[in-house]
Design a protein around this ligand. Structure first.
Ligand SMILES: Nc1ncnc2c1ncn2[C@@H]1O[C@H](COP(=O)(O)OP(=O)(O)OP(=O)(O)O)[C@@H](O)[C@H]1O
Length: 268
């Protein structure tokens, strides 16, 4: 399938903020996660990854911040190899990457504020985190992040008192509090109803547009991908089979991305 060269969203030439060079991932049990992926994502893009269940979307997403180590190739974030980074450098690179998960990953019995403040965890020594010793600036940052997702009135609520959609928006606020250049969202709306889904997607789009944060998101819904994305990356059996602006992802392209291969068995 033809691959389109995607320009950055602004006219000026830019360096990619995320770059995959020949990235492959094979899990310990032999399952194929990714196969020779080359990918450049530019600052300010809203890139949606789509593909069948088991195609490798989560693996791709989790390789970016090294939640999963890759088997071969190299991934660079803002020109720095996260693949090779260790210790302090790895921590620094990770600070710039916020992550949102399908199941929110909140501390359910803690307050919304406390949850959002954990976005600053990479900036504090562990002992300060244990005692909850956050600076007034960081508390202010957390309030502002909550306001950005319309939850300024829920600061002191317990996380588990909120609806699923509100909990997901708390997790967006937590990612924002981290002050990231990139947000990775791994199926962030998979467990939400349609109306709540829209609210969460609108928040992500607004953050992308207003703050210029690059969004890399993995979605099961092609309709949502087309509505919110600026660019679609199609993954099939661990391989990138399409990469182009949303407008070029026609029905034939989409059906090829989702074509009959049994991706679950492909690498097993
Ligand atoms: N921790 C793991 N250990 C072994 N194999 C894994 C692991 N995680 C994923 N896989 C395998 O890697 C392949 C890609 O999985 P991945 O979760 O990235 O796909 P996906 O496209 O995100 O699927 P879904 O949409 O169902 O979440 C699959 O064959 C899967 O079974």
């Amino acid at each position: 399938m033809a691959e389109q060269q995607v320009p950055s969203t602004t006219a000026a030439p830019q360096e990619p903020i995320i770059q995959f060079d020949h990235v492959s991932k094979v899990y310990d049990n032999g399952a194929l996660g990714l196969k020779d992926i080359n990918l450049k994502i530019y600052p300010g893009e809203f890139v949606v990854v789509i593909g069948l269940s088991g195609a490798g979307k989560s693996t791709l997403m989790r390789s970016v911040n090294r939640l999963h180590d890759i088997t071969s190739g190299d991934i660079q974030i803002g020109g720095r190899s996260i693949t090779k980074a260790k210790g302090k450098e790895l921590l620094e690179i990770r600070r710039g990457i916020g992550m949102i998960f399908q199941n929110f990953n909140l501390v359910k019995r803690a307050s919304v504020l406390r949850n959002v403040l954990t976005g600053r965890v990479g900036y504090y020594p562990t002992w300060k985190m244990i005692f909850g010793l956050f600076s007034p600036e960081d508390k202010q940052r957390a309030y502002e992040s909550l306001q950005r997702v319309d939850l300024g009135d829920k600061v002191y609520a317990r996380a588990d008192e909120l609806s699923g959609g509100q909990q997901q928006r708390v997790s967006i606020a937590r990612a924002l509090t981290q002050d990231p250049q990139i947000i990775l969202a791994d199926e962030p709306v998979a467990s939400l109803d349609p109306q709540t889904t829209r609210h969460v997607m609108d928040d992500l789009k607004r953050i992308n547009e207003e703050l210029g944060i690059t969004v890399l998101i993995n979605l099961h819904s092609v309709d949502l991908a087309k509505e919110y994305g600026s660019r679609i990356v199609g993954i099939r059996a661990g391989e990138k089979v399409f990469d182009g602006p949303v407008a070029t992802a026609d029905d034939a392209t989409i059906s090829e991305i989702y074509s009959g291969k049994d991706t679950e068995k492909e690498g097993a």
